[in-house]
Design a protein around this ligand. Structure first.
Ligand SMILES: [Zn+2]
Length: 246
């Protein structure tokens, strides 16, 4: 079975940034997993939560509902601090993701680029940096060796993609986005993507911003091929699993 792992920073990223491809590939029989590094407890929209712990619990539930709606079979919210991924121990967070990759053994990993996608959120950029290092390190016998001593084996995922866009958001810092090398048609899945985003009821004030960005993106989700296990000439792809066999 083909497998895809998506690494995000906050509950709602999976729907807002990756909801089309998660739906599309789940429907195609790909086993899709999402790991979200924070529970999103610093969000400006509090959903009526009394404190950070209450908001964490609320957003974990919303994340699970959203993932279920998208067809994601394995989803996990870790407990790194929201808004502070740039101040975490790089080895610890990357090691956590190395362990996940060695356990889940995905063929394709999707995440953010260092710019943080169109929102320029530093947590997005950091999630992408951790996940990109983990993509490389998971395959090496010389990295995170304690995991190997405990029975995990190295795993080389075939391709790493960073989500990208053709525009910056005017209300956010301008970002330097990665060039588009994969244009994935998700037209039939836009409705389900919107529904998944709406599962994040605590973030309802963001829905108009999300839908505006969604309209600008049209019926494609755009990606940048950031690394491949087998060196190939760069060309425009229409399938994240192009050239990959089980
Ligand atoms: Zn986010």
């Amino acid at each position: 079975m083909l497998k895809l792992l998506c690494v995000t920073a906050h509950p709602d990223d999976e729907a807002g940034c990756f909801g089309g491809v998660l739906s599309k590939y789940s429907d195609a029989g790909v086993e899709c997993s999402v790991i979200c590094l924070t529970a999103g407890e610093r969000a400006a929209n509090r959903g009526g939560a009394a404190d950070d712990e209450a908001l964490k619990a609320m957003r974990r539930k919303e994340f699970a509902d959203s993932c279920h709606h998208l067809g994601v079979t394995q989803c996990q919210v870790l407990d790194y601090p929201d808004g502070a991924l740039d101040r975490q121990d790089f080895l610890a967070v990357t090691g956590h993701l190395v362990q996940a990759i060695r356990t889940l053994r995905p063929h394709v990993v999707v995440t953010f680029g260092a710019e943080g996608f169109v929102t320029a959120h530093p947590d997005h950029g950091m999630a992408g940096l951790f996940a990109s290092a983990a993509f490389q390190w998971a395959a090496r016998t010389t990295r995170c060796t304690a995991q190997l001593d405990q029975g995990l084996t190295p795993w080389q995922s075939k391709k790493l993609y960073h989500v990208t866009s053709k525009f910056s958001l005017p209300e956010r810092p301008t970002v330097s986005l990665s060039p588009v090398t994969a244009r994935i048609a998700v037209g039939p899945y836009i409705h389900r993507k919107n529904e998944a985003f709406a599962k994040h009821t605590s973030q309802r004030p963001l829905q108009p911003i999300f839908e505006h960005a969604q309209q600008k993106h049209g019926e494609d989700e755009l990606f940048h091929l950031a690394a491949t296990a087998e060196i190939t000439a760069m060309g425009m792809e229409i399938d994240l699993f192009a050239g990959i066999r089980e």
